[in-house]
Design a protein around this ligand. Structure first.
Ligand code: CA
Length: 359
């Protein structure tokens, strides 16, 4: 009688009597905790962590579970890198660019102004050198990273007053995601790094003059249209903003090969799902916002040009003083050049034709 039929026919008592442990005791249950940087109300960006946890649980037959906690519950929204680095939690779900103050190289993991779009960034991570280079970088923080969603190109945010030229950026107090604040500062603006759950209050109280978050679907939920009507595009600082799952290195290395693969594939599914949710839900939200009085406006060319110039100047300066940045950015910049050379022939031409066509 083989082991399987022994278990089937003899029952637990018989198996124990025969000196064979029941299969259920062969694999220990793994329970991890995930700290998100986002509020639970945002089913897109916060939801990616739920998609990830659900995937891990289902693929492991319930033997590996991850509890998901919103920003502020286990630790502050911006405390999650320290949390994973120190092993307080096994996983974080966050936007790497929040941590550009530790090292500017973090920003490349989310988005840098005039960087790669969503498709291109995924290509750099999955098939270019992105994953290898960022893994090397995050190793200093005891982190193993996985792509954890992308918002796609973002809107440029909500402004109390219209932006008619580069001069209107001077003195503008604006909540802007992470690293882009460095460029806003060079343009004379005053950037504020505020977690998603706390922005509305700051805008309503007048602590800030403007804010950006992601795009119509999320922004509508956060309610910015109630206090600032001018809705600008595009978010030149986030042509495709990526989120990451950060996993504590010792916790990840302690997993079996099977569980490592489960984590990898659950993350890949969460990565794709988030982009799909934004693409699918943004159009209807934009229509509702416009119907509610939002004024949708393009940034003037002069503002875009000034932002571009300041961004490239910043990257040159960083390459001269931050070796991590130089190493990762030089590969990223080459990839960006070739991607734009390729996308202009197919994607851009096809998209611009379709968007002008009467459908
Ligand atoms: Ca943003």
């Amino acid at each position: 009688m083989d082991r399987r039929s022994l278990i089937k026919h003899a029952g637990v008592a018989g198996v124990l009597a025969a000196g064979v442990a029941p299969a259920v005791h062969a694999q220990a249950t793994i329970r991890w905790r995930l700290a998100s940087s986002f509020p639970k109300a945002l089913d897109t960006i916060y939801g990616a962590a739920d998609v990830f946890a659900k995937g891990v649980s289902e693929m492991s037959g319930g033997k590996f579970t991850i509890s998901v906690h919103p920003g502020g519950e286990l630790m502050p929204a911006f405390g999650v890198v320290d949390g994973v680095q120190q092993g307080t939690v096994e996983v974080a779900h966050t936007a790497p660019y929040y941590f550009h103050g530790k090292d500017e190289t973090f920003a490349i993991g989310t988005a840098i102004p005039f960087g790669l779009n969503s498709r291109q960034l995924t290509a750099w991570f999955y098939d270019g050198n992105g994953m290898k280079l960022m893994r090397e970088f995050y190793d200093q923080y005891n982190i193993v990273n996985f792509c954890g969603g992308n918002t796609g190109a973002q809107m440029g945010g909500w402004y109390r007053k219209e932006i008619k030229g580069a001069a209107d950026i001077k003195g503008l107090k604006m909540r802007i995601g992470g690293f882009a604040g460095r460029v806003l500062e060079r343009m004379g603006g005053v950037p504020q790094n505020i977690p998603g759950g706390e922005i509305y209050q700051a805008l309503e109280k007048g602590t800030i003059d403007a804010t950006e978050w992601v795009g119509p679907y999320d922004d509508e939920k956060l309610g910015f249209q109630k206090v600032a009507k001018n809705y600008y595009y595009p978010g030149w600082w986030e042509g495709g903003a990526q989120l990451d799952f950060y996993i504590n290195k010792a916790a990840f290395n302690g997993l079996s090969a099977e569980n490592k693969a489960i984590v990898e594939h659950a993350a890949a599914n969460a990565h794709t799902t988030m982009q799909a949710m934004y693409d699918s839900r943004n159009p209807a939200a934009l229509k509702r916002l416009v119907a509610g009085g939002a004024k949708v406006l393009p940034f003037p060319r002069a503002v875009m040009d000034e932002a571009f110039k300041q961004s490239m100047g910043l990257y040159e300066e960083l390459s001269a003083k931050n070796a991590n940045w130089k190493k990762v950015y030089s590969d990223y910049a080459n990839f960006r050049r070739d991607q734009n050379l390729w996308f202009r022939f197919t994607e851009a031409r096809f998209d611009s034709y379709m968007q002008a066509a009467k459908l």
